[in-house]
Design a protein around this ligand. Structure first.
Ligand code: GLU
Length: 337
């Protein structure tokens, strides 16, 4: 199916039933924090009687580990989760694998290229290297990150030709021309979160110099063209959400509801990350832990089970109401702020 057919199909689907997703990057084994987010996404989907989608976010081919997606599915099934659409079960709005969706991302970028907002193009080619951005004296810093100073905004054809001549080897990237707007997310878990997009985020990258589409573009196209109504994911992505909302709107897509859940901490209070080899589900399984023990531990860590309790994912679902679930997530989020 092409872009327009998928859009039509997914809009029809999203009006019928809530649609939620879990979108792991196949870059290594899931640690307990990832698994908790998956469990919560599944619970949310099931509590609202929704469809649960499993999407393989293998966009960044440099980081993908061969066989990792299959092991992630296996781990999640072992835990007792199931999904209705995905790479291994099919579904009406596939492919569910990002590396097979490049044509859709290209189409979205083409549509943005044809678009003007506030009297200027929605996107532009950028010839600046990271170093150029760093060295631009005016580049402000936000959260320790560089804000692009707008150097290549609105170049005329002649100016672009001149830059190309000056930097013949530079492959241009595409950036979103960030509107002067304050965008707020009314997050179901984290509450209200606002950003002044032009000052706090700047013109973010849609397509990279290594020819890959950026996560920010891919995730918006995928969530829209898969008809996703509810995005439950880790709190680390809350600060990406206002710019994603700007993209949803620029592309004329319906904006989903967001649920940004706290990241799990290990015993020393540190947030778990793949890089630091935080406790993986594989390790727990190898040590003889059962699914009930792991689900119990995860549920307890977010206030959904008693200490030491063993419970299956199905039984946990069966005894929860949507209100209990929301209350527990909000409490955990508030105490993590
Ligand atoms: N693929 C991302 C990750 O594994 C998740 C992106 C999302 O949920 O929007 O961190």
């Amino acid at each position: 199916m092409n872009y327009d057919e998928l859009l039509q199909k997914s809009n029809a689907l999203r009006l019928k039933t809530p649609r939620a997703r879990y979108a792991p990057s196949p870059t290594g084994p899931l640690h307990l924090g990832n698994v908790r987010t998956a469990l919560l996404a599944w619970l949310q989907a099931r509590l609202v009687g929704g469809v649960f989608i499993m999407r393989n976010e293998d966009l960044d081919t440099n980081r993908v580990i061969e066989g990792s997606a299959g092991r992630i599915y296996e781990d999640l099934r072992w835990l007792g989760l199931d999904w209705d659409e995905g790479e291994d079960v099919g579904g009406p709005v596939g492919s569910y694998v990002q590396s097979e969706r490049t044509a859709l991302y290209r189409e979205a970028l083409d549509r943005l290229r044809a678009l003007r907002h506030d009297g200027h193009p929605a996107v532009f080619r950028c010839y600046c290297s990271r170093r150029d951005v760093r060295e631009a004296a005016s580049a402000p810093h936000q959260y320790g990150r560089l804000i692009y100073p707008g150097t290549c905004r609105g170049l005329s054809e002649a100016e672009e030709d001149a830059v190309r001549e000056e930097k013949p080897d530079r492959i241009p990237i595409w950036r979103f021309w960030m509107p002067r707007r304050r965008v707020c997310v009314q997050d179901e878990v984290a509450g209200e979160f606002c950003q002044q997009l032009d000052e706090e985020v700047g013109d973010f990258v849609l397509r990279r110099a290594d020819d890959l589409f950026a996560y920010q573009l891919a995730v918006v196209v995928d969530d829209a063209l898969m008809g996703v109504t509810d995005v439950l994911r880790g709190r680390d992505l809350l600060s990406s959400t206002p710019r994603q909302i700007a993209l949803f709107e620029a592309l004329g897509f319906a904006v989903p509801t967001f649920w940004h859940v706290p990241l799990m901490r290990d015993e020393s209070g540190e947030r778990m990350s793949k890089r630091e080899e935080s406790l993986s589900l594989q390790t727990l399984r190898a040590n003889g832990k059962t699914p009930d023990q792991v689900v119990g531990r995860l549920a307890h860590s977010i206030g959904l089970a008693a200490p030491g309790e063993r419970i299956s994912a199905q039984d946990l679902l069966g005894r929860l109401s949507l209100d209990d679930f929301k209350d527990a997530l909000r409490r955990a989020s508030d105490s993590d702020k």
